[in-house]
Design a protein around this ligand. Structure first.
Ligand code: ADP
Ligand code: SF4
Ligand code: MG
Length: 427
């Protein structure tokens, strides 16, 4: 087994994560289907970085956030907490082995596996026992819960109206039996100042504050246990534009001071751009593209990302950008379209798109996309079709991208993100 001290790895490694909510119907409340809210999601969060998670309403962003905090358990898949660099590398190798073959097979797949896949699965289970947040119990789980926190979207409903601000902030410390009462109150005074309010505010109730001030209180509470990761679920979308910037600045300052990692969830790409080092784009429960922020904005590859970007208003009247308006509604995650889930709305749709699910593959350093417009490892789909280039699209063929790769990027390797839904129904 690899030692825990063989190099600093990511904070969180998310692999093959699925959450299907069962749909029940009829007199006997039988299981008649599933809402595939999160359906095979893979990405990493490095220590001290912000990953932006973007996509239309209902695409599974909040569910990913709740899974990463273990507020809910997944249908399958894992979130590994602080695996070393060597363990992370090994996990990539193992998931690559599992991804080979016909059924793709996530952990727990029942269909026939090749011997090397069975071995890989056994090794993944061992690593999961040590690092997966869904396997942690007792004291270890309690410690983990302190390290993973959330700031909710709505500062009006997320703070208990009957509690003093002091008690709202110290409650997590009390739950975790941390400090004496006096120490907890001192910590509350420290925290309230860290978010730009003053100690007098500790003696008031939430209704005495504005939305922005309440969100500051929510942030102070999230910081009480000295976490290393915070899910920010649309933290400013309920606030006035002028207040939004203040909250974002506070979050940025606290991140630097306390070496925090954030998952920043938003459906606003411009806010995501301002806050994140890397961006993950979701559509109907799946990752369709992920890339470093500047790369994503300079060279969006997926037609869905391009459409989202085109929808951002440009203040300069001299700048013309071809507008791509997304037609139709988001299909239901209870019965997602076959093949590429975006094919019912994609302006570049091809015959292959409704038949074959495009795997998520690396195209440029750190830049992954799931779309048949880009040549896949096995020449899946349109492969070498001329790249589709609406406004803001790639100016060079992705096939020609030859920049050096980051560790973990293996151009043309089998995509571990493209997995059979068979595996999803398993624990
Ligand atoms: N507890 C639940 N039970 C059933 N369906 C759910 C539950 N939570 C979320 N969903 C469904 O899962 C999908 C994704 O929801 P959510 O993660 O909230 O998306 P987003 O945050 O991107 O708007 C939606 O179709 C939503 O209705
Ligand atoms: S795979 Fe096809 S339908 Fe899906 S985004 Fe690419 S071109 Fe559009
Ligand atoms: Mg949400």
């Amino acid at each position: 087994m690899l030692s825990e001290n063989d190099g600093e790895g990511p904070l969180l490694v998310v692999r093959n994560l699925r959450k299907w909510f069962p749909i029940r119907g009829g007199v006997f409340s039988t299981h008649i289907g599933d809402v595939r809210a999160v359906d095979g999601v893979n990405f990493d969060i490095q220590r001290g970085e912000t990953v932006g998670l973007v996509g239309e309403s209902g695409c599974g962003k909040t569910t990913v956030g709740r899974l990463l905090l273990r507020l809910i358990d997944p249908t399958s898949g894992h979130t590994y907490y602080r695996p070393s660099a060597a363990v992370t590398h090994r996990l990539d190798e193992l998931y690559d082995i599992l991804g080979r073959g016909t059924d793709g097979g996530a952990e727990g797949a029942k269909t026939a596996l090749a011997p090397e896949q069975t071995q890989a699965l056994a090794e993944i289970r061992k690593i999961a026992d040590q690092y997966s947040i869904y396997r942690m119990k007792g004291r270890r789980l309690a410690e983990l819960r302190a390290k993973l926190q959330i700031v909710f979207q709505d500062p009006f409903s997320s703070l208990s109206p009957r509690m003093l601000v002091r008690d709202i902030i110290t409650e997590p410390l009390e739950i975790h039996h941390m400090g004496t009462r006096r120490e907890r109150y001192e910590r509350a005074a420290e925290l309230i100042q860290a978010v730009g309010l003053n100690p007098d505010h500790l003696w008031r109730f939430p209704h005495e504050f504005s939305g922005g001030q309440r969100q500051r209180i929510g942030i102070a509470r999230a910081l009480a246990l000295r976490p290393d990761f915070i899910v920010l679920d649309e933290p400013t979308s309920a606030l006035d534009v002028s207040v939004q910037a203040q909250i974002l600045n506070i979050l940025r300052r606290l991140q630097k001071e306390q070496d925090l990692s954030y998952l920043f969830i938003s459906h606003h790409l411009s806010v995501i751009r301002a806050m994140s080092q890397r961006v993950v784009v979701m559509y109907l429960g799946q990752v369709v593209e992920r890339a470093p922020t500047e790369e994503l904005f300079a060279r969006p590859l997926h037609p869905y990302t391009q459409a989202l970007l085109a929808a951002i208003p440009i203040p300069d009247p001299d700048v013309h950008r071809e507008r791509i308006i997304l037609s139709g509604d988001v299909p239901s995650p209870a019965s997602p379209p076959s093949g590429c889930r975006f094919h019912t709305r994609c302006p570049a749709v091809m015959p292959v798109c409704s038949k074959v699910e495009p795997p998520l593959i690396p195209i440029r350093p750190g830049h992954w996309v799931a779309c048949h417009l880009y040549p896949g490892p096995q020449g899946v789909g349109a492969g070498g079709a001329a790249p589709w280039t609406p406004g803001g699209a790639p100016e060079e063929s992705p096939a020609l991208a030859s920049a050096p790769l980051e560790s973990g990027d293996k151009l043309g390797s089998p995509a571990r993100d493209s997995l059979s839904p068979v595996a999803a129904a398993l624990p």
